[in-house]
Design a protein around this ligand. Structure first.
Ligand code: BGC
Length: 325
């Protein structure tokens, strides 16, 4: 059983397709379900998988803490559970976690802004304006991206006053984007521009935790911003519209997470669990989910921008030239 959060975002379609193809190639029958970002729908999809019953569950949750009931039922039936990409939290009914190094994703984004604005060498009195956009509060990854980008990397420059968040919206809750929706990020950026930058005040950077939020920010800037520059904008996923925007100079960077690799590692994990072999995990990579330490396999996220997208995305067969035309 493979439970995915939504078809709205490109990456989960790829994740689902890759998982199904890889599992079928390994001889499994696959029940793949998407839940339209609706938590109740995901709960009932997993309940159905448990009653089938499936031999193994792979879950990319909408809200990591909302599945404890169906997961406990699965555990009681002896069904092994793998958290896929997003950690399942506040439950002891999760056996393994396969993901990318999520804090590292955030650090790549934060460090990019530090390097581009040369913040480490900023002279006294120099200031840069930045605004911050992150993801859904129920998605545990959003907190990890925030920790890597803000807490570990940019916070010191906000505290010292080199980075100025003119809106004053600089805690996770104020910068969260429900369901990671492009339209929601766009509407918030519209508000920020009209409230704080309408007089042409320059925005130097917008830290966006992923591509769907970056796209909203880019749409809003195109319509409303008259500061005379294109701010540095970060992203994650290398979604097609965002790669096109990187090529066009509208988005500075993204983080490539090869979903083919995550699917391959997860399918390997399924095989190892079901055959009773040792499961490959990353040493020191376990994530605490509030109840237990979950042994984790970490894939590596990779910096992407207009200078290396061809090699990363086209040469590797992830996209065709036509996808990005
Ligand atoms: C994933 C990101 C994705 C976001 C929105 C996160 O959990 O790790 O790759 O951009 O969800 O779907």
């Amino acid at each position: 059983g493979v439970a995915m959060p939504t078809k709205d975002l490109q990456r989960w379609n790829q994740d689902g397709t890759n998982m199904k193809a890889e599992l079928e190639a390994a001889g499994y029958t696959v029940d793949l379900q998407y839940a339209s970002n609706d938590i109740n729908q995901q709960v009932s999809q997993i309940e159905n998988m448990v009653s089938e019953p499936v031999d193994c569950l792979v879950v990319a949750s909408i809200d990591g803490s909302s599945l404890s009931t169906p997961l406990s039922d699965a555990k009681a039936k002896g069904i092994p559970i793998i958290a896929y990409d997003r950690l399942l939290t506040d439950t002891d009914a999760v056996d393994y976690y396969a993901t990318f190094d999520n804090e590292e994703v955030g650090r790549i984004q934060g460090k990019y802004i530090v390097d581009q604005l040369k913040l480490a060498d900023a002279k006294a009195g120099t200031t840069y304006n930045i605004e911050l956009f992150t993801g859904d509060p129920g998605d545990n990854n959003a907190q990890l991206f925030w920790k890597g980008a803000i807490t570990d990397t940019l916070q010191q420059y906000i505290d010292s006053g080199v980075l100025v968040v003119k809106s004053g919206q600089k805690d996770f809750a104020s910068c969260a984007t429900a369901e990671w929706k492009t339209e929601t990020a766009q509407a918030r950026m519209d508000d920020l521009i009209s409230s704080y930058y309408a007089d042409g005040t320059k925005i130097d950077a917008v830290m966006c935790s992923n591509d769907s939020t970056a796209l909203g920010v880019e749409n809003s800037l195109a319509q409303n911003y008259n500061g005379g520059n294109q701010p540095i904008i970060t992203g994650q996923d290398c979604d097609k519209p965002n790669v096109k925007n990187m090529i066009a100079g509208k988005q500075s960077m993204s983080v490539f997470k090869d979903t083919r690799e995550l699917a391959k590692e997860t399918v390997k994990m399924v095989g190892q669990i079901l055959s009773g072999s040792t499961v490959d995990t990353t040493e020191g990579g376990a994530y605490n989910n509030g109840k237990i330490d979950v042994p984790t396999y970490l894939c590596t996220p990779v910096f992407a921008d207009a200078s290396n997208y061809k090699q990363l995305l086209i040469d590797s067969g992830y996209y065709t030239e036509a996808d990005l035309a």
